[in-house]
Design a protein around this ligand. Structure first.
Ligand code: 7RM
Length: 651
């Protein structure tokens, strides 16, 4: 708990306060009474207000721990809510996405009517391939409008999807396709990234070769470069999506599966987080409405996350579209071709609301404020942050240099599992504090518990828990009931264990302290130690590996790997590069260790468990914590001397 204590110390020195402005407060979607509303009354009226039903729900929720059901008895369709609802209300010509490709001259305005047409065409094409209610579909694409189109086409038919982040490797993709038993994979020829192409179809081919359930591959032409197409299996999107005739939206039960999203856990096998239809949609639409204060006819909203992350699902696709928002969707990286690219985009479309991650803010901070200063960002009125705790300096930088010192910042805490934002300021109401996610969203019951399950009083650190079900909560882990219970419901009876450390201050504001387990967070991506270790051990010369995270100014954390080679072989700079590349190939570049320390032994308990806590101490170059349970205490000294050697090589 040493790091935690230190984080708390630093955070507690933060005494700056930011009061909401009177102007903002007067027009805000959320007014102070929102916190007085009864939990059931709140979610019942949100259920009616945000979502249109084919048949109304008859019961708000059923709580049979650890499984909840919401909005029972109703019938609805998510795609209908995101598209038809708006078109039928006469808003078809409203822009849903201002899309900008990474190549600067590629721009598209996609209206709600356009989106409905594209979704209808693809859904009809999918139907012709045998996709219907319950058919699992994989989506492996980049940041193009067709990615939301693919998700919504699935939702329209009642076919659950799993979106796999375009940066993931063939093995990661195959694992997900196999686990969900996907019958169709939707991908694209290539994606653009920093002026070069990413071979998505090629990677998809490798994955599909290992995934016997996949019968059809649909390929969007994006870059236009030649990619091999397998006869009988592969088809171009533009050949499949031709039928514009109406495609009725399947009336779905509230608890029908909408999607699975896989997320790293503490074992190598990613968890398939299950989200269903009604509660998820109400949860993301309600939070999006109040937290981002969306005025749909005035605002231009930009969530600069990847669609393959839960943030993209909830706050690029389902929440904003259900609310009829006009969003920006950008394909590329923030620094291509120049470091002012984001700010050029924000200026061009008149972005009023920007939602991004601390890692991005720290990159911009590193590059300097002059890039934002070149552009008119005066339309911005609200900023958001998500993915990790935001350092107070980054918060202040964001506030001053991007928000022109006038925009409220919402630091939003949530998880793939929660589906929706759970702890957050409400703009216009909350007095914010740099580094604090402040208060539970109305209707959310969050607390900090100690080990014994007692609520920790003001100022005390502990484990973040959620004591009451919420509409967008996960409905379990796909095909893994026991793991669901074990991971979230076994520490405290009938209380959700989030796996994050937290502290509540004397004002009742929450300060998130990071994961309590070993999962690492690199540039906002959750990477479990074991996945990287398994990727390393997959290399033919590696006998054993352990990884730990050290702090990194840009990416939040960087991975340090401790590796034992087979046959007592010594490491080398070449081997180091080889292993780093191996990890990148095996599970994706994001998991590449920043340093590798070659060591003949790893620190273990007597029962053989690797003590990653000590490896973190070594990686951070600080005094070792408790070593009494070590099988061989000399091992750590050896590793430390090797770690120092590695460091001096780098310098
Ligand atoms: C949305 C998302 C979830 C984990 C979560 C935390 C960390 C996310 C914040 C945060 C502090 C925040 N989903 N986290 N947001 N920590 N302050 N505002 O990130 O499933 O990918 O990750 O991310 O540890 O448990 S996620």
């Amino acid at each position: 708990m040493e790091t935690t204590a230190q984080d708390i110390d630093t955070l507690f020195l933060e005494e700056r306060r930011f009061e909401p402005s009177g102007d903002f407060a007067a027009r805000a979607n959320a007014q102070p009474e929102i916190y007085d509303r009864d939990f059931e009354e709140f979610w019942e009226s949100e259920g009616r207000e945000r979502v249109a039903w084919f048949e109304p729900f008859t019961k708000l929720y059923e709580w049979d721990p650890p499984y909840a059901k919401w909005y029972l008895g109703g019938k609805l369709n998510v795609a209908w809510n995101c598209l038809d609802k708006h078109v039928e209300a006469g808003r078809g010509s409203t822009v849903a996405y201002y899309w900008e490709g990474e190549p600067e001259d590629e721009r598209r305005e996609v209206t709600y009517a356009d989106l409905l047409t594209e979704v209808t065409k693809l859904a009809n094409g999918l139907k012709a391939l045998g996709v219907g209610k319950g058919t699992p579909v994989g989506i492996y694409m980049g940041m193009v409008p067709e990615t939301p189109v693919a998700m919504l086409a699935c939702a329209r038919l009642g076919a659950p999807h799993t979106v796999v982040f375009g940066g993931f490797s063939a093995d990661s993709l195959a694992g997900r396709l196999q686990d969900m038993e996907c019958e169709v994979l939707i991908t694209q020829d290539e994606a653009w990234r920093r002026g070069t192409t990413v071979p998505l179809k090629k990677t998809a081919d490798e994955a599909v070769a290992e995934s016997p359930s996949v019968r059809h591959v649909i390929v969007l032409r994006r870059t236009g470069n030649v990619v091999p197409m397998e006869d009988g299996r592969d088809q171009w999107w533009h050949d499949v999506a031709t039928d514009e005739s109406e495609c009725p939206a399947e009336p779905m039960d509230p608890e029908d599966l909408l999607y699975l999203l896989y997320t790293s856990g503490t074992t190598a096998k990613p968890k398939g987080i299950a989200h269903t239809t009604a509660g998820y949609l109400v949860g993301v639409a309600a939070t999006h409405h109040y937290i981002f204060d969306l005025k749909r006819d005035e605002d231009v909203y930009w969530c600069a996350a990847d669609v393959g992350w839960v943030t993209g699902h909830s706050y690029i696709v389902y929440g904003p579209l259900c609310n009829g928002a006009t969003s920006v969707l950008y394909e590329g990286t923030p620094d291509y071709p120049d470091r002012d690219r984001w700010w050029a985009i924000a200026e061009r479309y008149g972005v009023t609301i920007l939602y991004t991650a601390p890692t991005a803010i720290r990159s911009h901070m590193k590059w300097g404020p002059e890039h934002a200063e070149k552009h008119d960002l005066s339309k911005l009125r609200l900023l958001g942050s998500v993915g990790e705790p935001i350092n107070p300096e980054a918060w202040i930088w964001y506030h001053d240099h991007i928000g022109g010192s006038r925009c409220p910042i919402v630091d939003t805490w949530w998880q793939t599992e929660t589906g929706m934002i759970m702890i957050t300021p409400l703009p216009g109401i909350t007095t914010t504090k740099p580094g604090s996610a402040t208060k539970p969203f109305p209707g959310v019951d969050a607390a900090v518990f100690n080990d014994a399950g007692e609520e920790v009083g003001p100022g005390g650190g502990g484990y973040l828990v959620l004591r009451r079900p919420w509409p967008a909560m996960l409905r379990g882990l796909y095909k893994e009931h026991d793991r669901y219970v074990e991971t979230y419901w076994s520490k405290y009876p009938n209380v959700y264990f989030a796996g994050d450390g937290a502290r509540v201050d004397e004002d009742g504001d929450f300060w998130l302290l990071g994961r309590v387990d070993d999962v690492m967070n690199v540039a906002g991506h959750r990477i479990s130690t074991i996945e990287v270790e398994s990727a390393l051990v997959d290399h033919q010369e590696v006998a054993e590996a352990a990884v730990a995270a050290r702090n990194d100014a840009t990416t939040g954390q960087a991975i340090v790997a401790f590796v034992t080679l087979k046959g007592g072989a010594e490491g080398s700079v070449t081997k180091l590069e080889e292993l780093r590349n191996h990890v990148a190939r095996k599970i994706g570049p994001i998991a590449k260790p920043a340093n590798i320390v070659f060591t003949p032994e790893l620190p273990k308990t007597r029962s053989g468990k690797i003590m990653r806590r000590l490896l973190r101490d070594v990686a951070e170059n600080r005094p070792l914590g408790d070593t009494t349970t070590l099988a061989d205490p000399t091992v750590v000294d050896e590793i430390r001397s090797r770690g120092a050697e590695e460091q001096s090589k780098e310098d």
